[in-house]
Design a protein around this ligand. Structure first.
Ligand SMILES: O=C(O)C(=O)C[C@]1(C(=O)O)C=C[C@@H](O)C=C1
Length: 288
């Protein structure tokens, strides 16, 4: 049996799949390896295949599952529920020693399904994105200095394809961290899924005055441009955590409204001071 990652298959060649493919290709080259990048996307026509091969580093577009899944590492890059559905096909075709991962934004449901199917699976979540979709908006820079969560439990994997994946991600300048799927979904409901829904709701709430808006409103609502097909699956696979966060945030907003109405300057000053300090810390970490 040959050792190491020589071939990676990407199922779904959108923004994240293509950016990750390019980043791992470059990381392989930087460490003296030519990793073959194989991919499939059901929405692709001949023009897309030519463009992604010529400009984004895809080596082979494969429609035959036997060829597509014959890889050392398989990365599922479709929306979460589609990735979950794909696990059956992966089980059928993937070599026994292949590592299966995904780039979905929720991790518990897919991990449970993969465990039931006894797959060699570790979920992954690159904390990177933009409101544009599709491979045309992809770039390996998208992942540079960004966190990538591997749902391998308390510790990052130390052997096999999974350890090699960690090494490739680090070479691509990603900050790789480990956590459990349940912790992931709880944390990202708060720090990612809530901000998305708040941005969407803010855009709706201010609909009548959008034409009068300035740069402040534009930066507060950038995420309102995010694609629903992706977010539909995220919301559906992390419902309780997201609903809990929305409820807690609504009560914070209710308190804020009271403070404004009652001219509670002290409370408002404390809020601005805390938020300013947190913002400053984020800037210092280079997370803007
Ligand atoms: O900046 C964006 O447009 C994002 O998509 C960002 C963001 C995030 O919350 O940071 C949103 C969801 C993804 O799972 C990862 C990244």
């Amino acid at each position: 049996m040959r050792q190491g990652i020589h071939t990676i298959s990407f199922i779904g060649l959108g923004l994240i799949g293509t950016s990750l493919m390019q980043a791992l290709k470059h990381a392989g080259e930087a460490t003296g390896r030519n990793i073959e990048m194989v991919g499939f996307d059901p929405g692709f026509n001949e023009k897309d295949i030519a463009a992604i091969t010529d400009n984004f580093g895809l080596d082979r577009f494969e429609t035959d599952p036997a060829q597509l899944y014959a890889a050392d590492l398989i990365v599922l890059c479709a929306p979460v529920l589609a990735n979950i559905a794909l696990l059956e096909t992966v089980k059928q075709h993937a070599p026994a020693d292949a590592l299966i991962t995904d780039v979905s934004s929720t991790k518990a449901e897919i991990a449970t399904r993969a465990e039931k199917l006894e797959l060699n699976f570790i979920g992954m979540h690159p904390i990177a994105g933009r409101e544009q979709q599709g491979y045309c908006a992809a770039s390996p820079e998208l992942l540079c200095e960004r966190m990538v969560i591997l749902c391998s439990g308390d510790r990052l994997p130390e052997s096999g394809h999974a350890a090699e994946l960690v090494e490739l991600l680090r070479t691509a300048s990603c900050n790789v961290a480990a956590m459990s799927p349940a912790d992931h979904d709880r944390i990202y409901a708060n720090i990612s899924h809530l901000p998305q829904l708040v941005s969407t709701a803010l855009m709706q709430h201010c609909r009548d005055n959008v034409e009068h808006s300035g740069p402040g409103f534009a930066s507060a609502t950038r995420l309102a441009g995010s694609p629903w097909p992706v977010w539909c699956d995220i919301v559906r696979t992390n419902r309780d955590n997201i609903a809990d966060n929305l409820a807690a945030f609504s009560s914070l907003l209710a308190n804020l409204a009271e403070e404004v109405r009652n001219d509670n300057i002290e409370a408002l000053d404390a809020r601005f001071r805390e938020a300013n300090e947190l913002y400053q810390r984020l800037q210092e970490r280079g997370c803007s």
